[in-house]
Write a protein that binds this ligand. Sequence first.
Ligand SMILES: [Zn+2]
Length: 242
Amino acid sequence: MAIIKDNAVVLRRLDYSESSQVLAVFTREHGKVRLIAKGIKRATRGRFAPAIDLLDTGHLVFSVRTLRQEALAILTEWTQSEAGAALRDRLDRLLAAQYVAFAVAELTEDWDPHPLLFDGIRQTLTSLTTDTQTLATVTAFQRCLLHEVGSFPILDHCVGCLRPIQARGAIFLSSREGGLLCCDCEGARSEKYAIGRDVLLRMRGEPGTLDAILPAFRAFDYYLSHLMGKPNPISRMLLVAC
Ligand SMILES: [Zn+2]
């Protein structure tokens, strides 16, 4: 039996009863871990600690028999460092955090560490409580997630003909092809998503216009949906709330 100390953010509640809950957490050093929390109850207005709730960040100690996919760890200690409650003051921020949690849960494997992704999630959750541009914060997270899971699209040349993207002409993003398609190559592909030049700048992380934030979010969301094999269920609600 291994005793492990780590930092984690709570992604998902998988099961819940009066006395225990099964959670999917994303730890910094061990990746996604499914664990059972007995006697550590959900936070309520009247009950302060020990509590663990969705989107909370904290330090934890857990024990586990094997570091394998099917292993269910047992949470023994939880010290909250940042409460997800701060995100609940505004609907757009809460939905943005839920969007983040869903995408991480879907695109990471159990016991597959991504420390920089953990740092990115933490940074995103902190930024969401202060930043005014919620969608810009989420788009920065989408970039971080795609980089860290090794699926960032090729955004500097056409994946069809390998030529640099020209200054003129339509450009498309293809999730199946893993990047951009120029106007000469897009005709032969049915799976593609049209994007503008200003949107491409935003997607590359370069300074762009404020108008490009929403379409850049949508383009990455399109790309992530294909990677996950399903749409992020929070996406539509988030767009309505922002
Ligand atoms: Zn091409």
